[in-house]
Write a protein that binds this ligand. Structure first.
Ligand SMILES: Cc1ncc(COP(=O)(O)O)c(C=O)c1O
Length: 498
């Protein structure tokens, strides 16, 4: 291609005040080359004329030219000038997105069919820019977390950490943490396990994702509590599972109904200690029935105990895993709800025959969880701070639950029937439909408009319709925030009846 020197007006954006000027010129010229305004072989103006035109120093222009040349966009011929590199593939370069190429909306981005199916109904969780927002459901009391104490433990751990902790860690997690987890769930939940059966994960969600990816083939049936935890069915579905919604009754997951629907299911997902979202504790009879079915069908049971530590009345029931004789139960726990969400540390308790598989898979998933964070948590637990915090929170949450209940009784008793939660960090508030006659989604939308975070029960239902209800988190809000929240909710519901 013959060289040309048609340097037309490139309509460069004006130089900014707050950026290196050479970088501005370099970026503008590079963009002009990439989007074809400056074609291969075009001679650039001299450094002097560009400096005059844009009121720059010559040194600034020379630096920008040097950078373009170093990256191969231009070449210089002594005595002749600087040219856009011959042989730069014009069309290919134009394909690179630049400021002039509108970003495609995600719906038109080229992704796999599997990804599209996977992302159906998935909403990105909002970042917690504030704490204490009534009635956020998945947040513990961050206002009461002992941050000073955590910082002291962290500083000590980091100061004394041997160099080896900065290298590759164990695929199943930091051994001292796995040891204290095994001790803790043994004593508090009756879980039978050794440290070798524990795999530390990035929260309960990664535990669910690993199980789904490693144990399911596309098309496998999975029993799913209905209503149930959407984070679980999303990850199971992403692995290709055929979700079989199973109704919940006063004893928990209805095993008889499930056996009729899908006797050959490969996995069952359940929350026996505190059913999400209805708050039912699975009866002893159901537990035995479920374990018996799983051992005969050769199915896995995922037991998700995301908030089992918090029980306010009624006898705490030991984990399902404690009754498992056939190695069918995979237990999932998390510290995100017991300490704070940003920690992102959870764990799996695996039947021994699965340990090597999960360990090996870690190689291509994320190698291993971050070791130093695990070391801090291990120390926090072994020094007794964790147990003390959980004890305190149990009392605090029980108090917060009563504030919510009393406040709702005083201001909303004609509209809402708030369940006295026996366990957990949130409760169900049934809408008294003869008064409100609106769907829970509409009620929640109106509450959201007034600044609340309220989840409609129906978003967690798959097939079995639920009576309209709102899910109200109480753990993360102090009493004043809860009372204010109830008064705002009363306004929102009153608006909806008018
Ligand atoms: C039932 C249930 N399981 C698992 C999780 C996920 O926990 P994590 O934040 O540890 O991933 C949550 C809540 O966020 C939950 O409600």
């Amino acid at each position: 291609m013959p060289k040309t020197d048609t340097f037309q007006d490139l309509s460069l954006n004006p130089p900014p005040n707050n950026q290196d000027l050479w970088r501005w010129l370099y970026t503008e010229l590079r963009a002009a080359i990439l989007d074809g305004r400056l074609k291969s072989g075009t001679r650039l103006p001299s450094t002097r004329s560009l400096a005059d035109q844009y009121q720059l120093s010559r040194g600034t222009v020379v630096t920008a030219f040097d950078q373009l040349q170093a990256e191969g966009y231009t070449s210089t011929e002594v005595g002749s000038g600087t040219y856009v590199t011959l042989g730069l593939p014009d069309r290919a370069m134009k394909a690179i997105p630049t400021r002039n190429t509108p970003n495609l909306p995600p719906s038109r981005a080229k992704v796999s069919k599997r990804t599209r199916a996977m992302l159906k109904d998935v909403h990105v969780l909002p970042t917690s820019h504030s704490i204490g927002k009534a009635f956020r459901s998945f947040e513990p009391a961050i206002d009461l977390f002992p941050t000073e104490l955590w910082a002291r433990v962290a500083a000590r751990v980091l100061r004394h950490a041997p160099r080896s902790l900065y290298g590759h860690g164990s695929a199943t997690g930091y051994q001292p943490l796995r040891r204290v987890i095994a001790e803790y769930i043994g004593s508090s939940r009756g879980v039978h396990c050794t440290a070798e059966q524990i795999v530390v994960t990035s929260g309960a969600q990664q535990a669910l994702d690993l199980i789904s990816r490693l144990l399911l083939d596309p098309g496998d049936q999975v029993w799913m509590e209905d209503p149930g935890y959407s984070g679980a069915w999303q990850t199971l579905r992403a692995a290709g599972a055929r979700i079989v919604p199973v109704p919940i009754d006063s004893e928990g997951l209805n095993v008889t109904a499930a056996r009729k629907l899908a006797p050959q299911a490969k996995i069952v997902y359940c929350t026996p200690a505190n059913q999400f979202p209805l708050g039912i504790t699975m009866s002893a009879e159901r537990r035995v029935e479920l374990l018996h079915w799983a051992s005969t069908a050769g199915a896995w049971i995922i037991e998700d105990e995301y908030d089992a530590e918090y029980r306010y009345f009624g006898r705490p029931v030991a984990a399902l895993q404690s009754l498992d004789q056939s190695g069918s139960v995979i237990y999932v726990g998390t510290f995100t709800k017991m300490l704070f969400n940003a920690l992102r540390i959870g764990f799996l308790v695996l039947p021994p025959r699965l340990v090597e598989i999960f360990e090996a898979a870690r190689t291509f998933v994320d190698r291993h969880p971050p070791t130093l964070d695990q070391a801090i948590l291990a120390e926090f637990i072994s020094e007794g701070h964790f147990h003390q915090h959980v004890r305190k929170m149990r009392q605090t949450y029980a108090e917060r639950m009563s504030v919510l209940k009393e406040s709702a009784l005083a201001h909303l008793s004609d509209q809402l029937d708030v369940v006295d939660a026996a366990a957990g960090m949130r409760t169900i508030a049934w809408l008294k439909t003869q008064k409100t006659s609106i769907s829970d989604k509409t009620a929640a939308q109106r509450a959201t408009k007034l600044g609340l975070e309220v989840l409609p029960l129906s978003t967690f239902a798959l097939k079995h319709t639920t009576k309209p209800a709102l899910i109200l988190g109480f753990a993360g809000c102090n009493p004043a925030e809860l009372r204010r929240g109830i008064s705002v909710l009363a306004t929102a519901l009153r608006t909806s009846t008018n």
